[in-house]
Design a protein around this ligand. Structure first.
Ligand code: PAF
Length: 282
């Protein structure tokens, strides 16, 4: 595995390979890799000849009171995992390389739809940080395909829309959510929980699964389903940030006649804010 910090060096190496007809697959990450990330790498491998990954804890996508400083940084362990998965190139830039004038002064890229809902409504500026850094990475790597996990469903949709709006010749592939045995969606932020807390936190997935079951059985009283679920989560010590039933296509509130629905939730369980979702196709 080639580990490269210099964007131009990486770009040159990849352009040489592209000229030789190699298909480039890209998996951007913020490190602290778990099986979820590694499944993205596997998916990228299935769709490309050369797999490139990046590890960069992007300061632009964290709000002032969020966990940027404490975000788990485990570069050495991450490198050995990526090596085992035969990643060809790992890009590990610094803040100074990505934002030489500071994140405030840097050119930004912002999608003007989809970004003010769900996580975007609760984390102002978050998706501007994501689309900006992903744009920078796409310009460096120039991948044919890029893989994003659907645990961050909104991020996946936003990146897909950005690529389409800006006519970037990149295919965005969504990877299914990887879960612990108890159902808890894998996340770097699960590290903040003890094993016992992880077990209890799996109630988040059980709750949205229950909503999905009710919908599949014909219950379309969405507001009541949501209120009941919020009540359950509250009684098990979750602090719900949002719990919504939306359309998969544009994240607007779903109506009873919609068939492609997403149940999306964000809730704090102790210190970490956990997110999860479930797609239902009726
Ligand atoms: O999903 C993530 O880990 C990040 O948002 C991403 C896509 C690597 C951009 O920093």
């Amino acid at each position: 595995m080639n580990i490269i910090q210099d964007p131009l060096l990486l770009q040159n190496e990849l352009l040489k390979l592209k000229r030789r007809g190699k298909k480039i697959g890209f998996v951007p990450t913020m490190g602290n890799l778990h099986e979820g990330h590694l499944s993205l790498v596997e998916l990228a491998r299935q769709h490309s000849d050369i797999v490139v990954s990046s590890i960069f804890v992007n300061p632009m996508q964290f709000g002032p009171n969020e966990d940027y400083d404490n975000y788990p940084r485990t570069l050495e362990a991450d490198k050995s995992k990526l090596k085992q998965y035969n990643v060809d190139f790992l890009f590990t830039p610094t803040n100074e390389i990505i934002y030489p004038f500071g994140k405030e002064q840097h050119t930004s890229v912002q999608l003007n739809r989809l970004t003010n809902k769900l996580c975007g409504a609760k984390r102002p500026g978050h998706f501007k940080g994501v689309t900006t850094v992903v744009n920078i990475f796409f310009n460096i790597v120039q991948p044919d395909i890029a893989v994003f996990g659907k645990k961050d469903y909104q991020q996946f949709l936003i990146i897909q829309s950005m690529v389409s709006d800006l006519m970037m010749p990149i295919k965005i592939i969504g990877a299914e959510i990887k879960r612990e045995k108890n159902g808890l969606a894998l996340s770097s932020r699960n590290q903040y929980l003890t094993e016992a807390q992880k077990d209890s936190a799996s109630l988040l997935q059980q709750t949205i699964k229950e909503i999905a079951e009710n919908i599949k059985q014909g219950d379309r009283a969405y507001s009541e389903l949501i209120e009941r679920a919020k009540h359950t989560l509250l009684s098990y010590n979750f602090k719900v940030d949002y719990l919504e039933i939306v359309k998969q296509s544009d994240l607007e509130a779903a109506s009873p006649s919609d068939n492609s629905i997403l149940i999306a939730v964000a809730a704090w369980y102790g210190s970490p804010r956990l997110i999860d979702n479930l797609e239902i196709n009726l």
